[in-house]
Design a protein around this ligand. Structure first.
Ligand SMILES: Nc1ncnc2c1ncn2[C@@H]1O[C@H](COP(=O)(O)OP(=O)(O)O)[C@@H](O)[C@H]1O
Ligand SMILES: O=P(O)(O)OC[C@H]1O[C@](O)(COP(=O)(O)O)[C@@H](O)[C@@H]1O
Ligand SMILES: [Mg+2]
Length: 342
């Protein structure tokens, strides 16, 4: 059998571990060959590939990023390019394609699957917002990095009796904010799922200082927004790929808080450091198991599906189900966090 692999969307610690796992499982268990397509869907559209053998994936278990590269392609171009992509797959004799990506990449995978291409998807994203799987690799690494950095901000904040607002990634879902906030003992957690009440944030900050606390740490997901009409808030529209452009909610909230509380406020944006570098051991294991089970599914003809973590086991779920909605933070999980950070 010949398997095609590509990585789409934002890079994520553990992608290389998946590639290694697919290549090693295909070679050692089945004597199959693997072809990597470069830069996500663009590699299929432009017929750019590289053969992947065991030597090519040596050392990839621990390396962050993706050795295949990743790129974004406007969804319309992808819809228009289905025949071209099928031609590329035929030319390389690909029997099953394994796309590794987030909800966007998996939506495109579903599209190809509906067009008759045998596909087994592998979910990735640091945001952990893919439905149908309990977790995605990359999330644990991002939360660990964010937690360590927030820990460090506590000491500088308390030395100056400041409010420190930390912006973490999370476009539609606040999982990183929720977990890093809880792990690092933040006093406030703002997520995209629930517009925040600026009056309430002001009250919380004033109350903490009034009772003698030394500082306030607030974790803000980049996609969080204030309730309408409560403060001036710039909107950035959407980019050419349909993604919302962020305008720095944390900085804007910081300025508002400084004005209304009289306290010094500093905003820190963690940005891409959250998804750079080596994956945690948890993510290496999850990525390796995803690669193994996707390759087994490909050889058993169980296509049109995505591997998923359910409890402690890896299962297959239909791609149609996985991309039907995003997995966002529930009211119950928010309430749990608020018991400690609100
Ligand atoms: N609705 C869609 N229909 C078809 N292709 C899509 C769709 N959404 C995204 N894609 C493709 O998948 C790529 C990756 O999606 P993106 O959302 O950027 O990352 P991720 O896979 O991490 O969610 C996009 O650049 C685009 O080519
Ligand atoms: O690479 P870019 O364009 O800066 O993307 C940033 C976005 O990618 C992410 O890191 C991951 O999102 P995806 O998994 O959907 O690619 C988001 O948290 C963040 O908003
Ligand atoms: Mg996406």
């Amino acid at each position: 059998m010949r398997i095609g692999v590509l990585t789409g969307g934002g890079d994520c610690p553990g992608l290389n571990a998946v590639i290694r796992s697919v290549v090693r499982t295909a070679g050692a268990h089945y004597g199959s060959e693997v072809v990597g397509f470069r830069d996500g869907w663009r590699g299929l559209l432009e017929n750019r590939s590289t053969p992947l053998d065991v030597a090519a994936v040596d050392g990839l278990l621990t390396r962050g990023g993706t050795t295949l590269g990743s790129a974004r392609v406007a969804p319309e171009k992808l819809h228009a390019g289905i025949d071209e992509m099928k031609c590329t797959l035929d030319e390389h004799g690909i029997d099953v394609l394994i796309p590794i990506g987030g909800e966007g990449t998996l939506t495109a995978a579903h599209l190809l699957s509906e067009a008759g291409v045998p596909v087994v998807g592998i979910p990735k994203t640091i945001d952990n917002d893919i439905d149908g799987t309990d977790l995605t690799f990359g999330f644990d690494t991002a939360v660990s990095i964010a937690t360590e950095l927030i820990d460090r901000l506590h000491t500088t904040a308390e030395s100056h009796q400041r409010v420190l607002l930390v912006e973490v990634m999370g476009r539609h879902a606040g999982w990183i904010a929720l977990h890093a906030g809880l792990a690092a003992g933040a006093h406030l957690t703002l997520v995209p799922e629930e517009p925040f009440d600026v009056d309430e944030v002001v009250r919380l900050v004033c109350e903490r200082f009034a009772r003698g606390d030394s500082h306030v740490i607030g974790v803000v997901a980049e996609g969080a927004e204030p309730l309408p009409g409560q403060m001036a808030f710039r909107r950035g529209g959407v980019d050419e790929f349909g993604h919302r452009r962020f305008t720095g909610v944390t900085q804007q909230l910081g300025e508002e808080l400084e004005r209304r509380t009289g306290k010094e406020v500093r905003a820190t944006v963690l940005g891409h450091v959250q998804r750079g570098g080596t994956p945690t051991s948890f993510d290496r294991v999850l990525a390796t198991r995803f690669g193994l089970h996707a390759t087994i599914a490909a050889h058993e003809g169980r296509t049109g599906q995505m591997v998923a973590l359910r409890g402690t086991e890896i299962e297959l779920v239909p791609l149609a189900h996985a991309v039907a909605r995003l997995k966002t933070v529930t009211a119950e999980r928010l309430a749990e966090t608020r018991a400690f950070t609100g």
